[in-house]
Design a protein around this ligand. Sequence first.
Ligand code: FES
Ligand code: FE2
Length: 350
Amino acid sequence: MTEIHENNFLFNTWYFIGTSKEIKLGKMKRKVIADQPLVVGRRKNGSIFIMRDICPHRAAPLSEGCIIGNTVECPYHGWRFDVDSGVCKLIPSLTEDQKFNSERISVPTYITKEQDNLIWVYLANDNNFTNKPYIQPYNLPFSTKNAIIDYSCVLECNIDHAVIGLIDPAHGPYVHKQWWWRSPKKIHDKVKHFEPFLFGFTMKPHPPSSNSFAYKLLGGKPLTEIVFQIPGFRTEEIKIGKKTLLSITIVTPISESKTEIRQIFFTDLNIIKILSPLLKIFTRKFIHQDANIIKLQQLGLAYNPKMMLIDDANTQAKWYYAIKKEWNDCIKKGREFQNPVKATTLKWRT
Ligand code: FES
Ligand SMILES: [Fe+2]
């Protein structure tokens, strides 16, 4: 039995902003991650920039302004900030003889990376969240320009409960009870092999659950590999011959009590593309079932009870806490990350 640890955001790591498609040329969007309000924009040359979404003058959101050349213009009094350095380049209200140097003022800018059709931001734990990354965002095994499904929903919980919900195998037959997925009656024993992998762990390729009708629709002999990485990133890669269906689930903390869950599917399988309207309905239903149980869980959490993590079905949750702890530790001590996960076989009934 392990107790749940208190919540804290992980820093010195990459957080998911959105898909490349989402941030259009010359446009900006607001995004709050780990209590940091961010403005994400795409320069006219196509590259992404990220700055703090609070104007240092009177706190208006820069995301509501516009991009002019290499600057962002605040919607309130038109101050302009360089998108690379964050330095204030113009204060329109100043008269010719007022010698105030606008360059003394700046907005924090963030390190960003766009790869595999996804956009990431690096949040460091220095004051302006911008020190040099130790690591790079996880490389996807597969991606396409357009996701066949891209669905997002806000969970009323902190990041830890969201992650544990995501990697918890035991709730499936109870929370996701439907004829096309699993029911408690069809529960059977599962044996899965796990290994440490980068900043998380992987469940080695295995044929997906034979009791799931949804998988049968795929045809062929699919092989699934699941990868989990902190802060809250999970991929499920299903390979059928040379074709791939990649399911990406990302939970991103918005605040201590709100977490975004994002479900994206990339595929080159025509049958899945054809079935995508149906898959969209299933995805929505699935995520809403999770969101609903998490909302109900808050009724208990409000009383700050002790909780349990028991046996193999909760081992991934224990690993999550151990990885998180190791991450904070190795950064504090300035040493290499040592993945606490040991290769092991876990058994449970779902
Ligand atoms: S609040 Fe941004 S320019 Fe005044
Ligand atoms: Fe779930």
